[in-house]
Design a protein around this ligand. Structure first.
Ligand code: FAD
Length: 421
């Protein structure tokens, strides 16, 4: 018999429960990825295509291949099932509303549809608060339960993937040349290995240092599943601060699983209203607000498709707290440009900053200028991303309005000129 393995955001062969189960249970296995023409061109699509090329290579090394089709995922999967006589479809279970709808449609088809874990360390829904409710709303109790939870074993990649005869794998669209962060499981594993050996021990002290840039930058690989979060959590077990971040990722995924409208609706405080101001939004998007720490973050996003977590917190707080704009406008822009942009982490974090999410911390004392001086004390992060300010020395770069005149090309402050940050 034949089984299809439908890849989605699990583009790897290591620790892939759906692939391993299909290889163990079926005589022939068809690894499939369906490219949705709606995925917009741009950084994330290029990264995805690199991941797919790497996955195809890894499957070919094991005697298999990656079948690539274009169009609607369910229709193409069922077409391939009819072509190959496949009787089962295996896939990694996901959490977003879109993914869940796709899973429901597949489950209603005339094949056996089997959902597997693998997108998070602990599958959403496996942990439930003892006080009742279907999911955790507060992080700390979730973390306490999460770290005690018994994990499934990390799976080795299958030795062999046996394709049915006569299958046309289909062309992959040309992928862009790899940049600083090349897509795919191989570069992901190399980066993770290097990080675990050299980065992890300094993470607790260094992760908020904007200019030092001492976080793992594994997020795009986790986003596309080039790395198994479970394997990473096990290998990083001695670095509690880092593992805690992986738990935040799981936390937002279990909230999204329980509340799939998270990218559209406030999780709490449904009635909260925001201002609409296109000009202000555009200035924020372009990194032209006149507040250097905000502009540096926004320009890092445009330049690299990634932004430091501390900068994400600062720019989001600015958009919501200072400009009074809707968190969804900010989240949309992030989602468009982030290589790691995903519904659960993006919406969950935006709602957290907006105070509409779960587990909202008090906003008192989040002074943006103080943040700038604390996390970019020498001003190097700002000068790296805002060339108009490259000639302003030291921490003075955070307050260009105090200079005798504003450096050429740099805007005046959009949010007024008081010193509150
Ligand atoms: P590290 O510090 O090395 O952390 C390791 C991993 O833990 C990350 O790769 C990520 O998978 C996970 N992680 C770390 N922090 C968080 C967090 N706060 N929430 C959830 N997971 C976390 N992360 C995304 O992956 N996708 C997003 O779309 C996204 N949007 C965000 C929007 C806002 C407004 C904010 C404040 C944060 C957002 N984050 C998002 C979380 C965080 O900023 C990034 O995961 C992190 O900066 C990625 O860099 P890193 O891999 O070097 O992280």
């Amino acid at each position: 018999d034949t089984a299809i393995v439908l890849f989605n955001r699990d583009l790897r062969v290591h620790d892939h429960p759906a692939l391993s189960a299909a290889c163990a249970r079926a005589a022939h296995v068809v690894p499939l990825f369906v490219l949705d023409p709606a995925v917009p061109a741009g950084g994330r699509r290029g990264f995805l295509l690199q991941c797919l090329a790497g996955l195809r290579d890894a499957l070919r090394e094991r005697g298999g291949d990656l079948v690539v089709r274009h169009g609607d995922v369910v229709a193409e999967t069922m077409r391939l099932a009819a072509e190959t006589g496949a009787t089962a479809v295996h896939a990694g279970a996901d959490v977003s509303a879109l993914a869940r709808r796709r899973e429901e449609r597949l489950a209603a088809e005339r094949v056996e549809f089997v959902r597997h874990p693998g997108v998070t360390v602990v599958p959403p829904g496996d942990l439930r608060p003892s006080g009742g409710g279907d999911h955790y709303r507060v992080f700390t109790p979730y973390w306490n339960a999460w770290r005690r939870h018994r994990r499934r074993p990390v799976l080795p990649p299958p030795d062999q993937v046996r394709l049915p005869a006569g299958l046309a794998p289909g062309e992959l669209p040309p992928h862009p040349a790899a940049g600083d962060l090349p897509g795919g499981e191989r570069p992901a594993r190399e980066r993770a290995g290097h990080w675990l050996r050299h980065g992890l021990t300094g993470y607790g002290d260094g992760h908020d240092d904007l200019a030092g840039d001492r976080t793992s930058r594994l997020s795009p690989y986790l986003r596309f599943g080039c790395l198994s979060p479970l394997e990473l959590a096990c290998r990083a077990a001695h670095g509690e601060d880092f593992v805690r971040q992986l738990c935040w990722r799981d936390f937002h995924h279990q909230v999204t699983y329980a509340f799939p409208r998270i990218n559209r609706e406030n999780y709490r405080r449904k009635e909260r209203r925001w201002r609409h101001d296109r000009d202000a939004l555009q200035a924020w998007e372009a990194g032209m607000t006149g507040l250097p720490i905000v502009d540096a973050g926004m320009r890092q996003l445009l330049a690299e498709g990634w932004m430091h977590n501390r900068a994400r917190l600062i720019v989001a707080t600015y958009l919501i707290g200072r400009l009074g704009l809707d968190w969804r406008d900010g989240a949309r822009h992030f989602f468009e440009h982030l290589l790691d942009g995903d519904v659960a982490n993006n919406s969950g974090n935006w709602q957290w900053v907006a105070g509409t999410g779960n587990d909202t911390r008090p906003k008192r004392g989040f002074n943006l200028l103080r943040q700038a001086r604390r996390y970019d004390p020498a001003g190097d992060y700002v000068r790296r991303y805002v060339p108009e300010l490259a000639g302003v020395p030291g921490a003075r770069v955070h307050e260009p309005w105090r200079l005798p005149s504003l450096p050429a090309g740099y805007p005046a402050r959009l949010d007024g000129t008081d010193d509150q940050g």
